[in-house]
Design a protein around this ligand. Structure first.
Ligand SMILES: Cc1cc2nc3c(=O)[nH]c(=O)nc-3n(C[C@H](O)[C@H](O)[C@H](O)COP(=O)(O)OP(=O)(O)OC[C@H]3O[C@@H](n4cnc5c(N)ncnc54)[C@H](O)[C@@H]3O)c2cc1C
Length: 302
């Protein structure tokens, strides 16, 4: 999607929105797959209601990008613009056991910064790439913990009300890779309440989690983490592995040899390759186990 209208371009500048024309989503996602579109970088939260009114009034469809680590984006010229929060400085302030974090902050850096200030609980999230906003949307978690458990308050743009609001933690439901936010709500900032723990102890937990990841995941390769959610009482990776599908490929899209629920881009995979591989694996698992697997990866395919 190209934003050609000079009036829109001028208003974007007034709102402090940076227009990056023809951005490649392959460069902005950890899978390295995706076509091109105009990227709008938001520098001021307060400008978001006006920005969205502007886009809606001119019929400009849009999607919201965090760090791009859980996304499979379609090929070619994309039919929507992409919005992304620019990272403010500072993006994280501590006040006792409360971390005030901007949604654009890097999740891993947030975990380590809090750890260095003796605030723990999020050790399992070390090694989960992406932003704090993306982690909130997905309720990211690993090794028995999830970010939702620590959320005290979220500042968000509520699309239905067309304004910025604050939600308390207990007003939000956080489930396994699912939250009660509306699909077009935009997370802007969060207050996390974290338990006090000595840095040394947190570091030990972080090392254990790092080691588990290193020994089980294809960390040097382009992926989006787990492709499928674990169905209740089953493991997606185990079922795929039991069917001998590690190494199965379509073009350069490939089921990882290391972790059967990680699909990697081993070269120049297209979205078509990756979607074909996902559909193939899902069908084979359904035939063998009569279990319908749901995507964990978010698919933006027109
Ligand atoms: C190597 C690897 C390991 C991983 N391990 C894990 C793991 O252990 N556990 C786990 O849970 N995930 C894991 N993931 C997946 C991914 O890192 C998480 O889902 C992450 O939280 C996504 O954040 P992001 O900023 O990259 O979101 P994106 O990929 O940019 O976006 C994902 C979705 O969130 C939405 N979104 C992003 N930011 C916002 C926002 N501010 N407001 C509203 N919506 C938003 C997007 O529109 C999209 O729908 C892994 C990924 C990789 C590549």
């Amino acid at each position: 999607m190209r934003i050609e209208d000079a009036k829109i371009v001028a208003e974007l500048a007034e709102l402090g929105v940076e227009l990056r024309r023809g951005s490649s989503l392959a460069d902005l996602t950890s899978l390295g797959i995706g076509g091109t579109t105009d990227l709008l970088r938001i520098t001021k939260h307060e400008s978001i209601p006006s920005l969205l009114s502007l886009l809606d009034s001119h019929g400009v469809p849009h999607r919201f990008l965090g760090g791009g680590s859980n996304l499979l984006v379609g090929d070619g010229e994309l039919p929507w613009a992409v919005l992304q929060l620019a990272q403010p400085n500072p993006d994280l302030v501590l006040e006792g056991n409360i971390a005030h974090v901007d949604a654009a902050a890097d999740l891993g850096r947030t975990v380590t910064y809090c750890a260095k200030h003796d605030l723990g609980g999020m050790e399992g999230l070390i090694g989960v790439p992406g932003t704090v906003g993306g982690a909130l949307r997905m309720n990211a978690g690993a090794y028995g913990m999830q970010i939702g458990s620590y959320v005290r308050e979220v500042k968000l743009y509520r699309a239905a009300a067309r304004r910025i609001e604050i939600l308390r933690g207990e007003q939000i439901s956080f489930e396994y890779r699912h939250t009660s936010f509306a699909p077009d709500d935009m997370m802007l900032a969060v207050k996390l309440e974290l338990p006090s723990k000595p840095y040394k102890e947190i570091l030990q937990g972080i090392r254990i989690c790092n080691e588990k990841r290193r020994s089980s995941q294809p960390l040097g390769q382009k992926s989006a983490g787990c492709i499928f959610k674990n169905p209740p009482g089953a493991s997606a990776g185990r079922m795929i592995d039991e069917l001998g599908l590690k190494g199965l490929s379509r073009g350069d899209a490939r089921v990882s040899d290391r972790h059967a629920n990680f699909f990697v881009n081993a070269g120049k995979a297209s979205a078509k390759d990756m979607l074909g591989l996902i559909a193939d694996v899902r069908d084979r698992v359904f035939s063998a186990f009569n279990i319908e697997m749901e995507h964990e990866v978010v698919i933006w395919n027109a």
